[in-house]
Ligand binder design. Structure first.
Ligand code: HEM
Length: 344
């Protein structure tokens, strides 16, 4: 037997191994846009922590469901063919939450507050999940994973390590805009007084096929009522304030789109766009009701930011794909546990 015949049976195996490895690498690359292999499972394992709260979201676990109407004023219709932005009212289901894996965490300790929306027409669905910071600290999924690692509490002391956090931010100068925001941000006494940002950029596409890069935010109108001081010993202080506020009337927000120019970076969520950019108020969100999340409709929704209607497209921001994959993984875990719980 010569060398060639000895090697031959190995060749197809080697070829298959190379093809499988390249496909896996391409998959990881396409998913998270870097050579570093962080999977959706890795993200969700880290976010859920050691103590798993079964049936709950692995991030933003504490929250409640909201319902209401988006009253579009038609101002955005020339920029997008999305059904929801012609002049009309569309009902929505949404969720207000705080960041973190603990469904009973104290409202006032959470560094990030959030608002998610799901709008449906006969043929289209639009989902968006927004946070209080206008930018992220990092620009790719691998670095976000490192950020979560740096912020994770020490397993023995259950405390965060300030030196780890400092080192992380020192190594990530792109976090400057985020750090500036964090140092200036003062949390409001009500979810109704916060502004929630899409952070990642998207494109509006109109009927002629013209594309406009945008970010959006949901912001309280200037006449929004300021909340009274809160009972800081109440873990549900913000939830209670919101439910009480709704008894007195609907809660309103403006839905505002910021238009990028050719100078703005559309794929980098760490960069704020100049405040001089054109803004269009697309309409008002009227929140008419709120319900605890347990057994409520918003619990069954995955607010995947890539669920978009015709007329809105994702940008190439790598964070978006990572979010979509991680939300699906978190959804899969909690849906499985939830069904198990229902059938008990
Ligand atoms: C790579 C970056 C990110 C990862 C891995 C990630 C991961 C997750 C996961 C696993 C969930 C739970 C999903 C579920 O079970 O339904 C979640 C929820 C959420 N995330 Fe993110 N996230 C990321 C970035 C962001 C950004 C940039 C924003 C804001 C623009 C955001 C806003 C939210 C909100 C609002 C929710 C709660 C949605 C709801 O109420 O169901 N996330 N995230």
């Amino acid at each position: 037997m010569n060398k060639q015949t000895l090697a031959w049976p190995l060749k197809p195996l080697l070829l298959i191994a190379v093809i499988v490895a390249s496909l896996m690498a391409a998959f990881m690359f396409a998913k998270f846009g870097s050579g570093n292999k962080i999977t959706a499972q890795d993200f969700v394992d880290l976010q859920q922590g050691k103590l798993v709260y079964e049936g709950f979201r692995r991030a933003h676990a504490k929250g409640f469901c909201i319902g209401g109407v988006l009253q579009s004023n038609g101002n955005l219709a020339q920029y997008t063919s999305a059904y929801f932005f012609s002049r009309k009212n569309t009902p929505f289901t949404g969720r207000i939450s705080i960041a973190g894996n603990n469904p009973t965490a104290p409202d006032l300790k959470a560094p990030v507050r959030s608002l998610a929306l799901s709008l449906s027409s006969k043929n289209e669905v639009w989902r968006t999940a927004m946070n209080t910071p206008p930018v992220m600290a990092v620009r790719n999924p691998y670095d976000f994973y490192q950020q979560l690692l740096a912020l994770a509490p020490d397993p023995t002391t259950n405390e965060r390590d300030p030196s780890k956090i400092r080192d992380f931010f020192d190594e990530h100068p792109e976090s400057k805009a985020f750090r500036t925001w964090a140092s200036e941000y003062s949390p409001k006494n009500s979810f109704a007084e916060e502004t929630y940002h899409s952070i990642n950029a998207f494109y509006l596409i109109n009927n002629k096929g013209n594309k406009q890069a945008v970010r959006w935010r949901v912001s309280p109108p200037i006449d929004a009522l300021a909340a009274a001081d809160l009972d800081t010993s109440n873990n549900d202080a913000l939830q209670d304030e919101f439910f009480n506020r709704l008894k007195a009337g609907n809660v309103k927000f403006d839905l505002i789109f910021t238009f990028a120019t050719a100078e703005d970076n559309v794929t980098d969520p760490t960069q704020a766009w100049p405040s001089s950019r054109r803004e269009v108020i697309a309409g008002q969100l009227l929140i008419t009701d709120a319900t605890p999340q347990k057994n409520s409709i918003c619990n069954e929704i995955n607010f995947d930011p890539l669920v978009l209607p015709t007329g809105i497209e994702a940008s190439q921001d790598k964070i978006l794909g990572a979010r979509s994959s991680a939300y699906a993984e978190s959804y899969r875990r909690r849906a499985k546990e939830h069904l198990l719980r229902l059938s008990e």
